[in-house]
Design a protein around this ligand. Structure first.
Ligand code: UD1
Length: 371
């Protein structure tokens, strides 16, 4: 079987890495890796390939940043040519980014079997671009690989037949399990964004005595009022406990656009640093007291690590991290009280969902062999 595996944006890379390793030298499945180029710079893409030992993509569509329609169209145009040339038997997409939906649409119309890893997740919030990508991808995929039982239930409700659904666990946790020990030996010294100063473990912030923060959802950071309110809240919290924030380019751009840098600089324990590579980021999370985030992946990683996670969103497509894991959904005005609860030693703990054990890629390869 000739199988094209698609990756486009940062959260895709830690999902495809274990799969590429498990398929290396496979006797009957030939994996062809296509990078759409949705994320393109070293910090958002290149360093993940290096650290996770992902082979150089066979093809890079180099689509770059653009509006949703333009980016999606560019990916479709480039990917159609790839499919015409490569004639794959199947295309495997992961996650919920624009690359996921665009490539599924192309392959499906060409009659190529499509496999969606991380199928069935639903936030039921169509204001999120990712939710539209999930719905589109799952409406036309042929094989559905899921990470948790709620995803299976969502797919069944959408009339997907049960024999097409495979609950096999979480590839992101495969990457975490494989790399945690190595990650925890990386140097914890970071250059502050826009400054000459560096900060490091042991002097500026102590292991287990800081929070790690990530925010990049359009719903939180694209609106001036909401981002300004967030900066004030982060600042207030940082006066009680240091906050380390590897800043996503979308958030960084908006901070500059809305003139918020000066306000940020007035808080001395609010540490804004460049986006981190995988190893340093995992290290930063694994030794943190809590995470404060709007990301999807971090909800899963903290659940595995059993570190309290406060997710500032009205909903999550990953509810298993709430009912089983250490994740809590909170509103903006609950941040301060929830952080205080953690500082008082009452942070939420949980258990690990089924099959989040580091062996998901092996299970996926078995299913691929049977297709
Ligand atoms: C995308 C995904 C989101 C995922 C996130 C992780 C969609 C709809 N969204 O959102 O699900 O959680 O990636 O990061 O697919 N930029 C750079 N360097 C890069 C890539 C982007 O500086 O390598 C800048 C771009 O100029 C752009 C901004 O970051 O303006 C946002 O990038 P984009 O890929 O449009 O969306 P994300 O917000 O990253």
């Amino acid at each position: 079987m000739k199988l094209i595996i698609v990756a486009g944006a940062r959260p895709n890379f830690m999902k495809i890495a274990p799969l590429m390793h498990a398929l290396k030298g496979h006797k009957t499945i030939q994996a062809v890796l296509v990078h759409t180029g949705q994320h393109y710079d070293v910090k958002m893409s290149g360093q993940f390939f290096e650290e996770l030992n992902i082979p150089t993509p066979d093809i890079n569509l180099e689509v770059g940043s653009a509006s949703h329609a333009v980016q999606t169209a560019r990916i479709m145009e480039g990917f159609e040519k790839v499919c015409i040339d490569a004639k794959p038997d199947a295309v495997l997409v992961v996650g919920d980014v624009n690359s996921t939906a665009a490539c599924t649409l192309v392959a499906s119309k060409m009659g190529i079997k499509t496999i969606h890893y991380e199928a069935g997740l639903r936030s039921n919030d169509r204001t999120m671009p990712e939710e539209i990508n999930r719905l589109v991808t799952d409406a036309i995929s042929d094989v559905f690989i899921t990470t948790s039982v709620d995803a299976d239930e969502n797919l069944l409700k959408e009339n997907i037949s049960t024999e097409k659904i495979f609950m096999l666990g979480n590839l992101m946790i495969d990457s975490l399990v494989a790399n945690l020990a190595k990650a925890e030996s990386t140097e914890m010294k970071f250059k502050l964004l826009n400054k000459e100063k560096t900060i490091e473990f042991g002097t500026d912030f102590m292991p287990q005595q800081y929070g790690v923060m990530t925010f990049h959802r359009p719903g939180n950071v694209d609106d001036k009022e909401s981002l300004t309110k967030l900066v004030h809240l982060w600042g207030e919290i940082s006066e009680k406990v240091p906050l380390v924030f590897p800043v996503h380019p979308r958030t960084y751009k908006n901070i500059q656009l809305f003139g918020l840098q000066e306000l940020i600089d007035s808080y001395h324990q609010l540490y804004f640093i460049e986006p981190l590579g995988y190893m340093q980021f995992i290290h930063l999370v694994s030794r943190s007291m809590f995470a404060l985030t709007d990301s999807g992946g971090i909800q899963e990683e903290t659940t595995y690590l059993n570190i309290p996670c406060l997710t500032v969103r009205p909903n999550t497509e990953r509810p298993v991290t709430v009912w089983e894991g250490s994740n809590t959904l909170i509103k903006l005005d609950e941040i301060a009280a929830e952080v205080q609860r953690i500082l008082d030693g009452n942070g939420k703990t949980g258990t690990t969902p089924r099959y989040w054990d580091g062996d998901t890629a092996v299970r996926i390869v078995k299913v691929l062999e049977s297709l």
